[in-house]
Design a protein around this ligand. Structure first.
Ligand code: UD1
Length: 417
């Protein structure tokens, strides 16, 4: 299990190119199950653990994946299976997205029900209700869910704009000749990217990125080429790291409008943020003003940046509140931040943060991906040495984070054990 050793207190400065978005690449890679033809996906963060797991899921189903740098070619290898292996689904919940394309194409699919994880129970009831609205029947067997009967296009109204459920139903609808309408759909930029890929494959998707998405599907979709959008969560995490370490950062190849909820709050906290032609410039001096946030589905403040935001606010000149409205248990980083001198008290979905002038290095443990990123943010600003354990969580969503931060002048190294 790798650890990060971080000697904090160094100002971060420099320019970085943002990677392709993990959360956009995952459903796009899975969309290749909709065609027999080769697909070329560019700007994929191919070193990430979750992306590697997605390759294994595709291979287990019958595709062959060829990787060259950040380009990924997915081609048919064997006849496709309509089952996803538990060994892979239990490691990555997003594997459940194979249900949509396989069910729509073959009229039958068997997928393990993903278990809960550190941040919540994370049921898939909204996905399943959507499939039922399109005519699927469901049965359970040995921890798996079996969906069968041919789907027909229709109208679905989600009870909550779930990102995964919206993607799963878009993937299914793309293979159904006729028009499917998704209402109260998630509006995240990653949904827009999936819509563009499905359109490139021959489906017609309109409204992706708004709360009503229309998919005109086709029986035969063809291969396509697509470049994945930039990772707004990686970009946001790097900006918060540079802000906490009182430095300046220029991010290239990022879409500033995807980060508006964050950059608006960062400006309130005292950071200078400038949108540039091909990216964002951010600089921060001194401690931030305390600024409260409440997470919400896009275009609200992203839940994936809540933990790094809290880490920064631990240094604020006063008190603020951090509310988590998307996941039920996403405050595991609070106790670890307290080990570094942060003053955070929890009450239900709200954390009260009382800023302190200085955090101090300590041994801490990443409990999940974004909580791990928050500890790195705190450690970069802290006095002394921090050891972050369970770096494998961080590796799921940040490509070689330590190398990227070293480019900015951080003292961080990975230790294998
Ligand atoms: C995706 C992102 C994740 C991000 C999240 C919210 C990927 C791979 N992951 O996760 O990084 O934090 O969006 O922006 O893209 N829910 C249900 N029933 C369902 C589905 C979801 O109750 O059928 C609940 C979840 O438990 C959670 C909330 O809805 O509390 C949001 O989940 P959802 O939007 O589906 O997130 P994911 O797609 O899992």
């Amino acid at each position: 299990m790798d650890r990060f050793i971080i000697d904090g207190g160094k100002s971060l400065r420099g320019t970085l190119r943002v990677s392709g978005s993990k959360n956009a690449a995952l459903p796009i890679l899975i969309a290749t199950l909709l065609t027999d033809e080769p697909c070329l996906i560019e700007n994929v963060p191919t070193r990430l653990r979750d992306i590697r797991l997605t390759f294994r899921v595709l291979e287990a189903i019958g595709k062959r994946v060829e990787v060259s740098g950040t380009n990924v070619t997915v081609v048919d290898d064997k006849p496709l299976k309509t089952r996803a292996p538990y060994e892979l689904v239990k490691q990555m919940r997003a594997s459940v997205l194979v249900a949509g394309p396989l069910l729509a194409r073959f009229g039958w699919v068997r997928v393990p029900i993903p278990g809960g994880c550190a941040i919540g129970v994370r049921p898939i009831d909204i996905h399943l209700k959507g499939f039922e609205d399109l005519g699927a029947r469901r049965t359970f067997e040995a921890g798996d869910i079996i969906l069968d009967s041919p789907l027909r296009p229709g109208t679905i109204r989600f009870k909550f704009p779930s990102v995964g459920a919206t993607e799963n139903l878009m993937l299914a609808a793309a293979a159904l000749p006729g028009m499917t309408i998704l209402r109260n759909a998630a509006r995240e930029p990653e949904i827009g990217d999936l819509g563009r890929f499905l359109t490139a494959m021959g489906a017609r998707v309109t409204g992706a990125g708004t709360s009503t998405i229309t998919v005109r599907g086709a029986r035969h979709l063809h291969g396509a080429r697509h470049a994945v959008i930039a990772d707004r969560i990686e970009a946001g995490t790097l900006m918060l790291a540079a802000a906490a370490a009182q430095g300046s950062l220029r991010l290239l190849a990022v879409e500033p409008k995807h980060l508006k909820a964050l950059t608006g709050k960062m400006r309130c906290a005292g950071a200078v943020v400038r949108e540039e032609k091909d990216g964002i410039f951010m600089s921060m001096k001194g401690r931030p003003r305390p600024v409260s946030i409440a997470t919400a589905p896009y275009p609200g403040f992203p839940t994936d940046l809540q933990a790094p935001w809290m880490a920064w606010m631990c240094l604020a000149r006063g008190r603020c509140r951090v509310q988590e409205t998307v996941f039920e248990n996403r405050f595991l980083h609070a106790a670890e931040l307290s080990r570094m001198g942060g003053r955070v008290s929890l009450s239900g979905k709200t954390a009260a943060v009382e800023g302190v002038p200085q955090l101090c290095g300590a041994p801490v443990m990443a409990s999940d991906l974004r909580a791990g990123a928050a500890l790195v943010v705190a450690a970069l600003a802290a006095r002394g040495r921090t050891m972050v354990q369970r770096v494998y969580h961080i590796d799921r969503g940040y490509e070689r984070l330590e190398i990227r931060l070293r480019v900015l002048g951080a003292k961080i190294r990975r230790v294998h054990r």
